[in-house]
Design a protein around this ligand. Sequence first.
Ligand SMILES: *Cc1c(COP(=O)(O)O)cnc(C)c1O
Length: 452
Amino acid sequence: MNKQVYESPSIQKMNGGLMNKFGTRSSYEPVKQIDGVAVNFLMEQFGSPLFVLSERTIRRSYQSAVRAFKTRYPKVQFAWSYKTNYLNAVCRIFHQEGSWAEVVSGFEYRKAVGNGVPGHKIIFNGPGKTDEELRVAANNGSLIHIDHFDELYQLIALSDTLDKKPKVAIRVNMDTGVYPLWDRFGFNYENGQAAEALGKITASGKLELAGLHCHIGTYMLSPDAYVKAVEKLGDLAWKCKTELNSPVRYIDLGGGFPSTNTLRGSFLPGPDTVPPVDEFAEAITSRLLKLGFGAEELPLLLLESGRVLVDDAGFLLSTVLAGKRLPDGRRAIILDAGVNLLFTSFWYDHPVSPAQDFTHHTEDMALFGPLCMNIDVLRQGINLPLLNRGDRVVVHKVGAYNMTQWMQFIQMRPNVVLIDEEGGTHLIRQAEDLAYLEQLEKTPEHLKEINL
Ligand SMILES: *Cc1c(COP(=O)(O)O)cnc(C)c1O
């Protein structure tokens, strides 16, 4: 037997996230670089505020999610949820990795085509598709996910004018034990509406039934909800095979896996409460394998994950414009980035780190944006070191939904930079200017002259 190597004992302070005699946990480390690129360099080069995306983190998140599923189930395909972040550079990273596209509007559809995604690898979701959009999608062989009976009739009516038989799935809503129910999209499972829609599709003879779809919610903390979804879609899949003689090729479980962001008002931080993708994969795939399909007829598992794949890869760099004392004694900091850029701050407590060294005195403070609007609050209260005018901060985990839901309300949208895997920086969306903003405006003739 080998003699064990001696390790000297050491004592480390535990930060459990709970309140202890040192107060609540706070991030005491400055964040001076992202993927080895200095925050100061980025802001001097590209301005402030600034969105930064890490290509390395995107690829790693994607690869580890794919690995979690592919090691447990033989047929898995991810489709990138465009609305989560449809900057072309971001979409193309996912497509390079092998992801299909999942779109929910005509313009997202055209973006996917423009990014080089073949028609049959585009999933077209959403409750509002026009005749023209359906025609293009059907003729390209895309997977059209029908949301309601009117859309089903719309597609049947169009089918005679199309070059190809449309490939369709239905979106199904159901009770998965997570409330409030997401029941406004798709056909209901429990009341038999979904089965009825499937019957109408096969009876029409005009549509090719390819799959079954659901998207049961977002930031879902319960793997068990997905197990229920697999059971219910599995039951419908059996009906398609045995009763309708029209087996489906795929089951699409949508997105909804949570990123490690912390929900506003939740007691414990996200990283301590959010199940990892492996837990979802284990729950989903073990149930799928028990549905009773033979090895050759196992349905393809499609996943439309959004936030879990990109949230951690996004950073918002911002500069302190001012500090002030509120009448109630609280300290407040005004940043140059507001809720117009950080839509998700309405439901997440995004982690915020100073980007430079600081003294170890910390204080609870409010973080406001630059908008002249009462709602412009990034954090109501956060424990941070004292920050001075000109100091810089890094807001973390902002990659999902902000670069699509942002708006030019009072302030315009800033530069977005991608850091590639070698540490190179690329401007992937230029900051807006007044000319950009006004290019679509038209001034009527009688308003051209003003005399003040
Ligand atoms: C938004 C959306 C997604 C992505 O959801 P996440 O919660 O970001 O994973 C997937 N599918 C559909 C139909 C969606 O609307």
